[in-house]
Write a protein that binds this ligand. Structure first.
Ligand SMILES: [Zn+2]
Length: 103
């Protein structure tokens, strides 16, 4: 039972990585398809209860657009406050992350 669960998670993780890769590739040529790939990847994560981990900040949680600095997002670093601000150009959602913690 436990090993089956492990296998499901392993396969799910592989699929999520493939979907994220495809979403990256399609970002410029087909942004709608790219968003769809992100949506599917997030659905897989939710269903199988796996964490996106290092990938969780590469897309906009609101509209599923991959956040590429200067292309789909604006990045501002506030050194004094040690904060990184990321704004999604697609939907305007704003994110703030501390700079002292990478990822
Ligand atoms: Zn967005």
């Amino acid at each position: 039972m436990k090993s089956t669960e492990k296998n499901i998670k392993r396969i799910a993780r592989e699929r999520v990585e493939i979907l994220l890769k495809l979403a990256n590739e399609k970002l410029k040529t087909n942004p709608e398809l790219s968003k769809r790939y992100i949506q599917i990847a997030r659905e897989i994560c939710m269903r199988t209860n796996i964490r996106l981990g290092k990938y969780k900040r590469i897309f906009c949680k609101k509209c599923n657009t991959i956040l590429v600095p200067g292309y789909t997002s604006v990045v501002r670093i506030e050194r004094r406050k040690k904060i990184v601000k990321i704004i999604c150009k697609s939907c305007g959602e704003k994110y703030r992350y501390p700079t002292n913690k990478p990822q």
